[in-house]
Design a protein around this ligand. Structure first.
Ligand code: NAD
Length: 250
């Protein structure tokens, strides 16, 4: 039910953090892996994945804000692997800034990576997906449905990802493409390393997250495999929190 043998998964931002963990997770269940990222570590992660799980894994240097590079690189993935069965839109950036200090340039750039990049990847990958059994997993955030301090642009982008998920699920369901979103709470990655060193933030996690801690990157693997596999065959348009219970209370 969870077997992904013979499926190709394309993961953006897979060189580090949650993306790298999901790439490992899907490879453990037999998927071939293609990673799009802007950092060199993508090569090492792919070597590790191929060695540890015995599947093909290829890194492509792709900035998800560049439509022409996305189009070209998706073509390269199709040449190498045949089709794309699973797309995980995950590449993202985050920089906390109060609204009144946010420049238009920063606002536009964040939305371009965290939201428009997801749209562009979907636009150019969907035509390369099989008629049945394809799936898209969008990594949103609990910030997509709840406000966080100094995070307006990020919250708006992630809220957009939630709506994009539902729109794609609606538009492509009849083509057999299932589209779901994961909304992580706080996980230990490069993105959150500074925040997690802050004593006040640590206390907030202890007080407000019922499980009392941040998630480890490994802990997203199970849900990603579930959504990528036939185990979730009737699930589409779902927005799933993965936050240690943070948002289940006021
Ligand atoms: N870590 C958390 O607590 C958390 C919480 C909620 C949501 N998320 C989301 O999860 C996703 C992964 O975050 P993470 O914590 O692993 O962060 P991370 O910084 O560890 O990894 C992000 C990856 O995206 C890549 N990337 C950034 N800009 C890119 C671009 N323009 N083109 C291609 N690749 C690019 C980076 O190089 C990096 O490898 C993001 O979408 C983030 O918003 C993370």
């Amino acid at each position: 039910m969870f077997d992904l043998t013979g499926r190709t998964a394309l993961i953006t931002g897979g060189a580090r953090g949650l993306g790298a963990a999901m790439a490992h997770g899907l490879a453990e269940f037999g998927a071939e892996i293609a990673i799009f990222d802007v950092v060199e570590e993508g090569h090492e992660i792919c070597e590790e994945i191929a060695e540890q799980h015995g599947v093909s894994a290829e890194f492509y240097e792709v900035d998800v804000t560049s439509e022409s590079r996305i189009e070209e690189a998706v073509g390269e993935v199709v040449d190498a692997f045949g089709q794309v069965h699973i797309l995980i839109n995950n590449a993202g950036i985050y920089y906390p800034t109060p609204v009144l200090e946010t420049s238009l340039e920063d606002w536009d750039h964040l939305l371009r990576v965290d939201l428009t990049g997801y749209f562009l990847m979907a636009k150019h990958t969907i035509p390369q997906m099989p008629e049945e059994g394809a799936r898209i997993i969008n990594i949103a955030s609990i910030a997509g449905h709840s406000a966080f301090e100094q995070s307006a642009a990020y919250c708006v982008a992630k809220g957009g990802v939630i709506e994009l998920t539902q729109s794609l699920a609606y538009e492509f369901g009849s083509r057999g493409i299932r589209v779901n979103a994961i909304c992580p709470g706080t996980f230990v990655t490069d993105m959150t390393s500074e925040q997690l060193e802050d004593e006040d933030f640590k206390q907030t996690m202890k007080n407000q997250v019922p499980l009392g801690r941040a998630g480890e990157a490994e802990e997203i693997k199970g849900l990603a495999v579930y959504l990528a596999s036939d185990a979730s065959s009737y699930m589409s348009g779902s927005i799933i929190d993965l936050d240690g219970g943070w948002t289940c209370h006021v």
